[in-house]
Design a binder for this molecule. Sequence first.
Ligand SMILES: [Zn+2]
Length: 394
Amino acid sequence: VGAVEAAARGGRDGVVLPADALGEARLVRGPVLYGVRTVFEALDVLAGKGRPDEGRRGPPPPRARGPEDADLREVRGQRQARRALEVAAAGGHNLLFEGPPGSGKTMLARRLPTILPSLEDAAALESARIRSAVRHLDVHDLHTPPFRAPHHSATAAGLVGGGSPVRPGELSLAHRGVLFLDELPEFDRRALEVLREPLEEGWVHLVRAGQAVRFPASFLCVGAYNPCPCGWAGLAEGRCRCPPGSVQRYRARLSGPLLDRFDLRVVLRPLTPEQLFDEGEGETSEAVRERVLAARARQAERQGRGRLNAGLREEELRAHAAYGAPERALLRRLVGQAALSARGLRRLERVARTVADLAGAPKVGALHLQEALGWRLLTDAAETAERGGGAASG
Ligand SMILES: [Zn+2]
């Protein structure tokens, strides 16, 4: 994709390329393509005897979802978690799931791309450029936001990219989509460190062989972890077999500054068969996506295109919240009684702004703050782990 784009920019009339690469090269409008299988065919093209490619050009039509696709409809129960996905998608908030094995963390995370807006042509091409550099390209799937779930044994280089020539890593493959990090505390500390730059700037910067390269890496991050190494602390009376101290050490691996990038935390409980049965089918991804799109449109109108609530600075946040006297009083009470830190308060306000946008409310009201506070109360344990990690890293 990159080479054909370069040829197009350079005003070339035609490009000779391996026939296998025609599919992705057709994404780029412009030069005539000649797909060849042998050197002799290439020479024919140069001699003016080649047959130009006749495939359809330009980005493919927007996604048409088939029945084989994952859909939120299949998630039964988990009302809190479904709502968290919706808020995350609407405001661009990174999301943390804490829960034992089998509580649906992966199933939920996999469905986050299905409620994100489809990639527009420019974004689809940008994503295709990255994916074609590492040969992860499904040409039929270009408008669906990517979902990447690197294993916790992934190295820092595997995440940010590397090699010669330099290739993008998992963080860039997730560009415009979702990066899912299951078993977050099991990741190597250095691998977690490299997350911070893309989470803040949407780019990864690499220096390889004296050459500076940067790759786009703007994604929604979903982290998941078990309550303890075995997965059952605080649940299913007596099932946790972790020695004392190991639970704390496990949680302390998540550093405070990293956790600070996650606005939403949800604690998942294992569901009983009855709960699964009673709840019935959930809403479809399409229905949820409609609300996400509406909430994003409100943010674009207020903050500018592409600016989501999760990226608002403190002063912008206050300006766009337009609190009245009751909301300001509530916030003061929260800081006093709930001992909310400045960071915790910012997270809460960002989430509350998104909750208000989902409700179509121009101002952030007490109810929106209450819901955002609810997310926080659900996650006291994570907050404690954060304090431990924060203290350890100074
Ligand atoms: Zn345990």
